[in-house]
Each structure stands twice: as C-alpha cells, then as structure tokens.
Write a protein that binds this ligand. Sequence first.
Ligand SMILES: NC(=O)C1=CN([C@@H]2O[C@H](COP(=O)(O)OP(=O)(O)OC[C@H]3O[C@@H](n4cnc5c(N)ncnc54)[C@H](O)[C@@H]3O)[C@@H](O)[C@H]2O)C=CC1
Ligand SMILES: CC(=O)[C@H](N)C(=O)O
Length: 364
Amino acid sequence: MAKVISNFARRTRTLMNAPVLACKAGSVTCSKNWRLNSSFVGADAEGVNPLHPKILITGSLGQLGTGLARELRQKYGRNNVIMSDIIKPSKEVKESGPYLFADILEFKALQEMIVTHDIDWIIHFSALLSAVGENNVPLAMRVNIEGLHNVLELARQYRLKLFVPSTIGAFGPDSPRNPTPDMCIQRPRTIYGVSKVHAELMGEYYFHKYGLDFRSLRFPGVISADTHAGGGTTDYAVAIFHEALRTGTFNCYLRPDTRMPMMYITDCLKSVAQFMEVPDSDMKLRTYNVTAMSFTPEELAEEVKKYVPNFTITYNPDGRQQIADSWPEVFDDHNARADWGWKHEHDLQAMCKIIFDAITPMYR
Ligand SMILES: NC(=O)C1=CN([C@@H]2O[C@H](COP(=O)(O)OP(=O)(O)OC[C@H]3O[C@@H](n4cnc5c(N)ncnc54)[C@H](O)[C@@H]3O)[C@@H](O)[C@H]2O)C=CC1
Ligand SMILES: CC(=O)[C@H](N)C(=O)O
C-alpha cells in the first residue's frame, strides 16, 4: 500500500506541477482516488497497471482504428479501450465498447477526457492521408500538425505512453527507394509526409527532452477487406478486390509498374499491439519501418485474376502517380525485426486468399 500511495503522490504532484492543469487538480485527485480504491496490483512506476492500461484511440473510425480497438480490447479488456472520432459511430461500434466524440483540435476537451477516463496510453490515428491532404492543405496542417501538438502535450503533461503512426510517405524523391532504410534523407513532397516527419521528430524530441514514451511505426500501404480507405495513394490496393467482384474490371489511377510497400491489416494491427509492449531497453529507435511485401498494380491484378478469371484492369494515372513515384518501392524493416522481433504473417498470395474468401459471398 505504501508503494501505491507513493506512486499516487508522485503522479499527482507531476500533474499539479503542470500550470495548465492547475484548474483540473480536483478532478485529477478524484480520478486517481478511484485508482486507489480499485485494483492496483502490479502497477508500474507511473501507476499504470501494465496488464490493463486504459487506452484512448483518436480517429478510430478510419481504416485502422476499429480493428485495433478490437485487438486491444481482447488483450486489455473491453472497457479499457476507448474509441473516439468526430464522426457518428455505427450501431456495431457503439455496442462493441466505449466510444466518445473527440476532436483532436480541442485541447481542453481532450484534457478532460484523459482525466475523467484515467487514460494511460494514446494511440493517435486522426489524420488526413496523402491524397486528401493534398486537396486540402490548410485542414491537413491543422489535423496532422496542430492535432499532433495537442497529443504530445497531453502525453507530456499526464505522462502517457503515446503511439503515432508514420508512413512510407515520410520519405521523398531524395530518399533511397529500393530499399528505404530507417535512417536516410527524408524530404517528402506532400503535406501528409511533411506532417509525419514533423511527428517523428517532435515525438523523438519529447522523448529526449521530457522522457516521453513516444513510439512510432512507419506503415506501408495497409490493405483490408472492407472498402473503407481514408483517401491515400495506396488505396487502389483496397478498392480493387471489390471492383473486381462487382464489375469484373478496375480503373487504376497508377501506372502498372508502380511498386510500393504494402501490408495486410492484421499484420499492421499486430505490429502496433506488439510494439506498445516492447521494453524500452530493446528499443534502439523510437520510429521503426515495418512492412510485409511490395508489389505493383500489374502484379496485384495477376493475383486477382486467380479469383476472377475474366478480370481486366485499365490504367489512367492521375495526381497520385507523382506521389507514388516519390515514395519507397521496397521498405527495409530489418531493425524492427532484429530489435523487437517484428515478423509479418501475410504475403501477397495469403492476403488475396483471405480477402477473397471474406468478400466473395457478399457478391453472390
Ligand atoms: N491506412 C494506411 O494505409 C496507413 C495509415 N497510416 C496512418 O495510420 C493512421 C490511421 O490511418 P487510417 O485509419 O487509414 O486513416 P483514415 O483516414 O481512415 O481515418 C482517420 C480518422 O481521423 C478522423 N479525423 C479527422 N479529423 C479529425 C479530428 N479533427 N479529430 C479527430 N479525428 C479526426 C477521421 O474522421 C477518420 O476517421 C493515420 O495517422 C495514418 O496516417 C500510416 C500509413 C499507412
Ligand atoms: C501509405 C499511407 O500512408 C497511406 N495509405 C496513403 O497512401 O496516404
């Protein structure tokens, strides 16, 4: 009990020292008293129970968030993972566990949420992806850059663990493209990429300056069986499966030989869940590349033909071609594999089989 009280006192003191939080001291104390009265067995130095951290996912109604919430709820308990976004959740989402409205640009409301719900970790998914970002630069700057500043400050003030995904889009035409290592020139030419390099650097700065437990993985294009994709350059590899079954044809906005790194969604979600638990001592970097495969639209189309033999594909490159041409072709993730055992499960063939098995019945 003495350890519990001293942890509690230390955490409360830290919070009270943050000037912006002074007015919240009452609710902080109240929230931590709840912790005192509840099961606190096995809490670490920050007072977080490593078996049941309370996790907030921002932007959780996008392509990745719902699946990650499912994965983390299985691990840490349904009520310990709070989904949030600015859009209305479906009935299934509402029934699956806690969901809250959270605009990443409203700092005070986020503070209140962290305190009221006693959050330990933030998984920060809110973002505008590459193609939509190019179409609305001012909004991308607000959501991707101001939003990041807000979560960094929240994580610093409340001593939270923070995960912010980065992307192959954080590299640019001056980076080596085949393969692209963790450490190399990063001069992206999209606002999305610029905001992600900014996130990597700011997170690492907060780590060195304040000891913030900042973690980031650079994902390749993530492919899932559902049609939702947030407006990225890699989205063709999500849309193609449904179009193939629905119409037998697909009009691709990239050239047939445009090679990009990709990953099946379950591998992506597994990488996040695994990475959040990697001990500090095993992490030589705070930002790691992770990937599973690399393919071109032409190669994907060949695979699709195995399931839809009459499938045809046409190519009409648009503005996304220029983005893709500046991104990595093959991602080098050997550091993640060596330092903390990252390993993908699905290659192109395995992924296509899972997706077609899942969605073909919908089109019969
Ligand atoms: N899906 C992919 O292929 C990849 C994704 N990532 C990163 O992973 C994260 C999640 O990606 P996805 O789920 O695909 O994105 P998405 O575009 O599908 O979802 C983003 C979510 O952010 C929400 N959002 C927008 N403005 C907001 C605001 N002001 N406050 C709160 N939420 C807001 C949107 O409503 C949306 O649900 C992003 O940071 C993205 O950059 C990185 C590499 C690849
Ligand atoms: C690779 C990404 O970050 C995303 N899918 C996009 O294409 O913008």
